[in-house]
Design a protein around this ligand. Structure first.
Ligand SMILES: Nc1nc2c(ncn2[C@@H]2O[C@H](COP(=O)(O)OP(=O)(O)OP(=O)(O)O)[C@@H](O)[C@H]2O)c(=O)[nH]1
Ligand SMILES: [Mg+2]
Length: 383
């Protein structure tokens, strides 16, 4: 991956500045202040804190607002790097090693992956057993675990998965509860309790995502906006999509999309049996394009990758020059209009349609894996 140049940092800072200026009445309002108080009141009553961060931004998604009110020893706090499926696998491992070196128990999770959540639950139960052996009140048969974090990092998704997978009785399974999960930040408004294990009983508290009233680091702000912790309306979808394209242009991800270039996408159609029919007649068959193995199997995604690959591989400017980067992003936007089949008469609206579709693909991992935070030189994140 090429190192971000000053031109990309400039793009990030512009977005970050727009976010940081919106604070009061924007992403931080009375609802967040009330949630902060409610969480602070419950914190002293829980046994373990699971601080959920976004694996794409392990540093920028840090939740440090209440740390000074209720300092937790490192044995009672576990760092959960959620959305690990969206992060760069290599950098993800480096971050986990980093947290290990800081003596900070951490675990990477993809809340949508059952096996992965099972592993995490095992890890959590082992942690609870160790705590009970040492300083924890062994007579208590109930352990409470609180999920804490900034908005949209996947607390509710993780709470649901733990609740569904957790070994609880059949009768309890019959009345499974469900925390609301949404791609928009600020979905959870209250604190909910879900049972995730028996013997001992472990309850997980899902909480509303909270941010501090002010964030001074504009680069942090830009990453919070791009990953969806702060709503798109506070920056503008087009600006965020441009920022994402900037990141993509500096990464090597697009090189993997060479297979989607012209020859592949125009592959001839071949006849296949319909799934439910085995007769050899043409009426029992369907035309299918032979696509390369790809879990998305999504023609639109392939078209987007193809368009971006073709533009990027022809680019002969200098990414370090702001003018060249802006020109490249403009060309990409134009090509994406076609790939997303946005009608020519959409006018001004066309760019915002492209932006929202592009951001959706990025945020669901269909345009590669990116870790936006680089490892700090020296930082004691668990203190
Ligand atoms: N790819 C991926 N998406 C995830 C993962 N976990 C959650 N999501 C998605 O991220 C979005 C936010 O998830 P939520 O569980 O609502 O996040 P939250 O932290 O509870 O958000 P707030 O309630 O606003 O604080 C949803 O679109 C989820 O489907 C994950 O591990 N991987
Ligand atoms: Mg939630």
């Amino acid at each position: 991956m090429a190192t971000w140049s000053s031109s990309l940092f400039k793009l990030a800072r512009e977005i970050g500045t727009a976010v940081s200026q919106k604070k009061g009445g924007g992403w931080y309002g009375p609802h967040m202040a009330a949630a902060t108080r409610a969480i602070a009141d419950r914190m002293p009553l829980v046994d373990i804190i699971l601080e959920v961060r976004d694996a794409r931004i392990p540093f920028s998604s840090e939740f440090d607002q209440l740390r000074n009110h209720h300092p937790f020893s490192s044995s009672r706090r576990i760092l959960v790097l959620n959305k690990m499926d969206l992060a760069s696998p290599t950098q993800f491992k480096e971050w986990i090693t980093f947290f290990d070196q800081q003596n900070c128990p951490s675990f990477g999770v993809n809340s949508h992956n059952k096996d992965n959540v099972k592993e995490f639950l095992k890890f959590l139960q082992a942690h609870v057993r160790n705590l009970r052996k040492s300083d924890y009140d062994a007579s208590s048969d109930t352990v409470t675990v609180m999920l804490l974090g900034i908005p949209n990092v996947g607390k509710s998704a993780l709470a649901n998965s733990l609740h569904q997978i957790g070994r609880i009785t059949a009768a309890e399974k019959g009345k499974l509860r469900h925390a609301t999960v949404s791609p928009q930040p600020g979905e959870t408004k209250d604190i909910y309790s879900l049972k995730i294990a028996s013997h001992p009983n472990i309850y997980v508290l899902d909480t509303p995502g909270i941010l501090p009233p002010e964030i001074h680091d504009v680069e942090v702000c830009s990453k919070l906006a791009l990953t969806g912790a702060i709503g798109d309306s506070f920056v503008g979808g087009k600006e965020l999509a441009q920022y994402f394209l900037g990141i993509l242009n500096f990464s090597d991800e697009y090189k993997k999309w060479a297979k989607f270039s012209i020859n592949q996408i125009n592959k001839p159609l071949t006849l296949h049996h319909k799934a439910d029919q085995s007769s050899g007649s043409e009426s029992g068959m369907i035309w299918k394009r032979q696509n390369p193995t790809d879990h998305t199997q999504d023609f639109m995604v392939q078209k987007v990758r193809k368009s971006l690959y073709e533009i990027m591989s022809c680019f002969n400017g200098n990414l370090d020059h702001e003018k060249d980067l802006v020109k490249l992003i403009e060309a990409e936007f134009k090509a994406l209009r076609e790939a997303f089949q946005i009608p020519m008469d959409s006018g001004e609206d066309a760019d915002s349609k492209v932006a929202s579709k592009l951001l959706n693909l990025y945020r669901t991992g269909r345009l590669g894996h990116y870790t936006l935070d680089h490892l700090p030189k020296r930082r004691a994140s668990c203190e």
